[in-house]
Design a protein around this ligand. Structure first.
Ligand code: 5AD
Ligand code: SF4
Length: 442
């Protein structure tokens, strides 16, 4: 009998990919996805706990599902992701209406946990984190229609222990996936019509450094192997740690034509004193040198970053150093956040916390300047012809389409022809606004 599954996903691309895997696993047990939670037999909430705000969002949505259970019918409520891993059984104590709590490493057991929760009518908890965990081999999904772009997880976990970060505690030790299995998945996806692949992991640059699953292959070797699959048009990856960015990886940007000219290189702070307290293991000079070298290999490369403001002990002078990095690098985009304490993360115990009002004021200053720079970089594209991969039709007016450049900028353009997502074409840029470029198809 067909049953219905509703999944709500928060957080990063790792979570998005995990949600796809859970849908596939339950799909093999006759579950189909619905976008109406009130019709679902199983609701999965895939949570994020990277910052205080993200975890808060997850908690407020549990309350909504409690009400839905009371009002409609009793579905199985499963909570996974980083909040589930972090809070484990404490979640059940606070919210006894939750049926399943499982960490990111346990998502593969979802079908058996659902069956057991139904049979026993007792809550199920699966939050073991094992350093010997092996990422299960991929299962070709023949049932789904394949979109033009897909994520492939190449590693899980993180061993860096930045002092602000919860990830090593929620995702466990760094584990690389089998090289052969990743290639098998990529080959299968391209044969199904996928045009763009993004290789994802918490720290892809250190692929293959731990354990033997990677079969002695490095990340650049993996990139070259995936890039060689006939029919693949675009290849991307995320996320990277600057300390692990090797010359060999930079060279890939000059030598692999399908590798998109975009690099997300989180800087976090421009002050060496703060970088040290964050346990980032690079100096700002080394970071800037790598950013410059990347541009030598690929002059059109778009650099984006993550920045934390108001880390414990950050002075006005430290913050000025961060502003200076933004001026020097001229990022195409940045994700910036106010520092927040996270459970287990060392910095939560650092004494010299920055006042909330100071954090807010610094963040606003940073974002205003970053937006100006991003707009200037977009304006510099006017008059150029850029290669765009079609994402889909704009809602209105007719004949308007939307796509992305290799540098990951959104481009809206007009074209009378019928296009399909994944088509590649050239667009002449005519104008720029804060979040997108506009042009016409050549
Ligand atoms: N407070 C604020 N920002 C954080 N990030 C990670 N942990 C914290 C925290 N405790 C940011 C970092 C990271 C991004 C994913 O989230 O900038 O790169
Ligand atoms: Fe959030 Fe990090 Fe977990 Fe992704 S890995 S869901 S960003 S806490």
């Amino acid at each position: 009998m067909t049953q219905r599954l509703y999944i709500e996903t928060f957080g990063c691309q790792m979570n998005e990919r995990d949600s796809e895997i859970m849908a596939q696993l339950l799909g093999e047990h006759s579950y189909v996805q619905t976008n109406k939670p009130e019709l679902a037999d199983v609701v999965v909430v895939n949570t994020c706990s990277i910052r205080g705000k993200a975890a808060h969002k997850a908690y407020s949505c549990f309350g909504r599902y409690k009400k839905l259970k009371e009002k409609h019918h009793d579905f199985i409520l499963a909570v996974t992701g980083c909040v589930a891993q972090q809070d484990g059984t404490a979640l059940l104590e606070r919210m006894p209406y939750i049926d399943i709590v499982m960490g990111p490493q346990s998502i593969y057991t979802l079908p058996s946990l659902v069956a057991e929760a139904r049979r026993s009518k007792k809550p199920q908890v699966a939050t073991e984190l094992s350093a010997d965990f092996v990422i299960p081999p991929f299962l070709p999904n023949l049932a789904e229609s394949t979109p033009h772009k897909r994520f492939i997880t190449i590693m899980q976990g993180c061993d860096n222990f930045c002092t602000y970060c919860v990830v090593p505690y929620t995702r466990g030790r760094e584990i690389s996936r089998s090289f052969t299995d990743i290639l098998g998945e990529a080959t299968h996806l391209v044969a199904q019509g996928v045009k763009e692949i993004t290789l994802i992991g918490q720290n892809v640059n250190s692929y293959g450094k731990k354990g033997d699953a990677a079969q002695n292959k490095s990340f650049p070797e993996l990139l070259r192997a995936v890039a060689g699959i006939d029919g693949l048009q675009r290849l991307r990856f995320t996320s990277s740690h600057p300390k692990d960015l090797s010359e060999e990886l930079m060279r890939c940007f000059a030598e692999i034509p399908v590798l998109c000219p975009h690099f997300h290189l989180p800087v976090q702070s421009g002050s060496n004193r703060i970088l040290e307290r964050m346990n980032r293991k690079y100096t700002i000079e080394a970071y800037l040198d790598k950013a410059a070298r990347l541009r030598e290999y690929r002059p059109d490369i778009a650099l984006t970053t993550d920045i934390i403001v108001g880390f414990p002990g950050e002075t006005e002078e430290d913050f000025a150093a961060t502003m200076q990095v933004v001026e020097t690098v001229r990022y195409h985009g940045s994700y910036s956040f106010k520092y927040s304490d996270r459970p287990n993360a060392k910095a939560a115990d650092f004494p010299d916390k920055v006042a909330e009002a100071v954090k807010s004021e610094r963040l606003a200053r940073l974002q205003v300047r970053q937006e100006e720079i991003a707009l200037e970089l977009k304006q510099a594209e006017i008059g150029k012809s850029v290669e765009v991969m079609v994402e889909g039709a704009s809602k209105a007016p007719a004949n308007q389409w939307s796509g992305r450049t290799g540098g990951n900028q959104i481009v809206n353009f007009s074209c009378d022809r019928k296009l399909v997502p994944g088509d590649l074409l050239m667009v002449e840029i005519e104008s720029a606004c804060q979040n997108s470029l506009r042009g016409k198809m050549i």
